[in-house]
Design a protein around this ligand. Structure first.
Ligand code: GTP
Ligand code: MG
Length: 296
């Protein structure tokens, strides 16, 4: 074969880039409902008068944005950036920054709202299989006292001073909020999914509902990074939510995408309204469970 044989010239075909945005939002969302949602939550009264505060436990992988989500809720009601829950500022840590169980009562201005969010250590794929899941399950059921420092090697036992053997209704969590970061959902380790399945199985048996909060939407999609209102027209975010739903096994209707406050110095209405919508759902679901508890 002679080297002079010429190859047929390949015509470069320029395919138009697929539009990253949908024409119609895939979830209806009213961006103007901030004040209405805020007012509704400020005036929320729990269905059981014996319970002062409903507890909501926030769990998820290390660095997913659990502490930031609690701070973001705080910020919405205070109208300024709050940072009561300490947030990790060093990227890429594989160990959880939050080490102790701590409850954060939510206030609007000076008014105390009937919800307490519990911040917990992050789940680590590499940590010993049983200890973290047992601790989280125990925390959901109200057996773990605030201030307890999680121990990777050993789950809390009933002999520990931080163990409550006979939790009251107010000690128990009525909703588990599982936080997943949108930018890394595809990388979620199978070991973590297994841990989550164990937690879900145990809490499902007791009828404790779960909500997924998908954080860091700004990191996952450049469109949304520029304009948060594109969250429900972004194909990327829709894809991430669907992936989240199949990986974790929770219906899309129980997944809420948010952007946490992380570098802002002032609050913004669009960030606020997404956080408030997620909170409304969490609180509603938790309160329904409180009402239905006789069934379990
Ligand atoms: N861009 C962006 N960054 C976020 C968001 N939420 C959290 N972060 C950042 O992600 C990092 C980890 O956030 P944390 O709130 O400490 O996460 P965590 O889940 O509490 O982590 P552990 O306590 O270590 O398990 C911090 O640097 C936050 O500023 C978000 O919605 N968008
Ligand atoms: Mg934390």
């Amino acid at each position: 074969m002679g080297g002079s044989e010429s190859k047929p010239i390949q015509q470069e075909v320029h395919q138009p880039k697929p539009n990253p945005e949908l024409d119609e939002p895939w979830r209806k969302f009213d961006w103007g409902q901030k004040e209405a949602l805020k007012e509704k939550l400020e005036n929320f009264s729990l269905s059981d008068p014996d319970v002062n505060h409903i507890k909501i436990l926030v769990a998820g992988q290390v660095g997913a944005g659990k502490s930031s989500f609690i701070n973001s809720i705080d910020s919405v009601f205070q109208g300024r950036i709050c940072s009561r829950a300490l947030v990790n500022t060093a990227a890429g840590d594989s160990r959880s920054f939050t080490q102790k169980l701590k409850g954060f009562p939510i206030r609007s201005g000076r008014k105390s709202l009937p919800f307490v969010f519990k911040d917990i250590m992050g789940l680590e794929a590499a940590a010993l299989a049983g200890s973290q899941t047992d601790d989280i399950i125990n925390a959901v059921f109200g057996h773990v006292k605030d201030g307890y420092k999680f121990n990777q090697e050993q789950a809390l036992t009933y002999k520990d001073q931080h163990y409550t053997s006979d939790p009251t209704l107010s000690d128990q969590a009525f909703c588990l909020v599982y936080v997943i970061a949108a930018d890394t959902v595809q990388l979620t380790d199978d070991k973590l999914i297994d841990k989550l399945k164990i937690i879900r199985k145990r809490i499902n048996d007791q009828g404790i509902p779960q909500v997924i909060i998908m954080t860091k939407v700004d990191e996952a999609c450049p469109l949304v990074n520029k304009d948060l209102r594109k969250i429900y027209t972004s194909k990327k975010i829709k894809e991430k939510m669907e992936l989240c739903s199949t990986k974790v096994g929770v219906p899309l209707s129980n997944i809420f995408p948010v952007k946490n406050y992380h570098e802002e110095i002032d609050t913004e209405d669009d960030i606020d309204v997404l956080i408030l919508k997620a909170l409304e759902q969490i609180v509603q679901i938790a309160d329904d469970r409180l009402l239905d508890r006789e069934i379990y």
